[in-house]
Design a protein around this ligand. Structure first.
Ligand SMILES: Nc1ncnc2c1ncn2[C@@H]1O[C@H](COP(=O)(O)OP(=O)(O)OP(=O)(O)O)[C@@H](O)[C@H]1O
Ligand SMILES: [Mg+2]
Length: 498
């Protein structure tokens, strides 16, 4: 089989941080090659070397058997390397066809072609990946996953032979995930080499032919996926055995802490929600993207206040018209899109962690720096956050480590009601278990937890009860449920049959 890409001894440092210490990697035609490793292992950095975004400090890059002395982003595109990012980089005000056309024109594939040709080409490319997206639709009207599909269509149209996906499924629903998997398999069948990064091991097993594991900036080996089971894969990645069993509730639940009655918010499409969460209880919230789960979290946290119904905490009726009020009432919210809202990229890691709970670290109006650092160190250790120092800016951390940082911040506030929106998205297996353990411990201490997650095993494994939302309504509350029941409720019966 022909080698598409060969990296040998790639090194890359950022100041004192040695992100890649001599990584070797080979991609052949018609394979899906997974890149696996803990948060901060160097996966994204390696990808950026391959796409020409980072210039390596040492090592050799061969594309199609030819050594490339200086790889720039333009050169990489020219060589047929395409990267599908989690946040697609399309022009929001232009149509799908215009976006695809512009991209291909820039690459010299289209020269002075008219709009009609663009539209036809776009239609063709979208059909090839089975995407039901109109070429005339404005990109801003598409969901994130649909935009990803447009990116893939661009990659396909540009004749890319090497397609890289860095955590592509993080925000996809099950249905969209299936479509993406199909697209990946089609690409493979056409001889394209796919580099696939994900923290979800079940995806690796479903898709990948081979896996290369990075640990601390070093490649620790390449193996066929066939010969590996889950615990062996985890072992390769972390270098030790990791408990993947969900921590069970061993405590009695307390009194009803949160009571929501006929809650509505027209602005966010929520209608007539009724549920309760008891002290010590983890209430899991399942549903498809767009079902209204994040909207509910935002209502409870006062970002988009409710316009009907009531919210009470500890039998006290609450007025929540701003996040500030919510925080004062003892409500904490870890938002979903931490890469956008969660971490202040310029601010030191330690401050990022403690900024929400400053009242705890203030004494007589003076911030007790020592304590802040001390608390910071505790969380860094508990969650295994990888950073060069507590003073390092948030933006220098790897994606998953930024995630842990923002979870840590809210854990530090010791709220009564903790709302977690996709708490372990992009987090590696070791830290995922650690976050689960911490959340369970917090519940045990009497906190009520509302946990939104698209990770079905996580919902099933962590929740004491499961609420399912669909179309802005809470359609079902399960005391016990299996995956099929939750999915059926989330999809609604017609779609299940289809
Ligand atoms: N621009 C940068 N400046 C300083 N340090 C950086 C920069 N980019 C990455 N690093 C560091 O390099 C290391 C590897 O980061 P990288 O983003 O490649 O990890 P990753 O394997 O993609 O992790 P994740 O699973 O969390 O996305 C980390 O220690 C990170 O803090
Ligand atoms: Mg990364």
């Amino acid at each position: 089989m022909k080698t598409l890409l060969k990296l040998t001894g790639i090194k890359k440092s950022f100041g004192a941080v040695r992100a890649l210490k001599g990584v070797s990697f080979e991609l052949v035609e018609g394979e899906v090659h997974a890149l696996l490793g803990e948060n901060g292992a160097g996966k994204s950095t390696l990808i950026k070397v391959i796409t020409g975004a980072h210039r390596p400090d040492g090592g050799a890059i061969e594309v199609g058997g030819e050594e490339i002395s200086e790889l720039t982003p333009a050169k990489a595109q020219e060589l047929g390397i395409a990267c599908i990012y989690q946040q697609p980089a399309l022009f929001p005000d232009l149509s799908v066809a215009e976006n695809i056309g512009l991209r291909l024109e820039k690459l010299g594939i289209f020269k002075r072609v008219g709009w009609g040709d663009w539209r036809q080409k776009a239609e063709e490319l979208l059909a090839r990946i089975g995407a039901e997206i109109s070429p005339v639709a404005e990109v801003s009207s598409l969901s994130m996953p649909e935009q990803q599909l447009v990116e893939i269509a661009c990659a396909l149209g540009s004749g890319a032979r090497i397609v890289i996906m860095d955590e592509p499924t993080a925000s996809l629903t099950q249905k969209e995930q299936h479509l993406l998997f199909k697209v990946v398999r089609d690409l493979r069948a056409q001889g394209v080499g796919v580099v696939y990064i994900s923290h979800r091991l079940e995806e690796i097993f479903a898709l990948a032919d081979r896996v290369t594991v990075l640990r601390d900036g070093e490649s620790v080996g390449t193996n066929p996926v066939n010969g590996l089971n889950e615990s062996q894969m985890i072992r390769l990645m972390v270098g030790r055995d990791v408990e993947t069993i969900y921590p069970q509730a061993e405590h009695e639940l307390g009194e009803v802490l949160l009571k929501v009655e006929s809650l509505s918010c027209a602005a966010s499409g929520l209608e007539g929600l009724n549920f309760q969460i008891r002290a010590g209880e983890i209430f899991g919230l399942a549903g498809l993207v767009g079902a209204g789960r994040t909207e509910l979290a935002r209502v409870l946290f006062g970002i988009t206040p409710a316009d009907g119904g009531s919210i009470s905490l500890n039998r006290k009726l609450l007025e929540i018209s701003s996040p500030r009020q919510a925080i004062l009432h003892g409500i904490a919210y870890v938002p979903e899109d931490r890469r956008k809202h969660g971490v202040i990229l310029e601010m030191a890691a330690a401050e990022n962690m403690t900024m929400a709970s400053h009242s705890r670290w203030f004494k007589g109006g003076i911030l007790r720096k020592g304590i802040e650092t001390e608390a910071g160190r505790e969380f860094v250790e508990a969650l295994g956050i990888k950073l060069s120092s507590l003073a390092a800016p948030g933006g220098s951390l790897s994606g998953g480590n930024q995630q842990k940082l923002s979870v840590a911040r809210w854990l530090a506030t010791q709220p009564k009601l903790l709302i977690l929106d996709e708490p372990t998205q992009g987090v590696d297996v070791g830290a995922k278990g650690e976050i689960h353990r911490i959340v369970r411990d917090l519940a045990k201490q009497g906190m009520a937890v509302l946990m939104i997650s698209s990770d079905l095993p996580e919902i099933l494994g962590m929740s004491d009860r499961i609420g399912v939302m669909r179309g802005g309504k809470l359609v079902e509350i399960f005391e016990h449920a299996d995956a099929e029941q939750v999915m059926a409720a989330a999809l609604g019966s017609e779609e299940v049959k289809a």
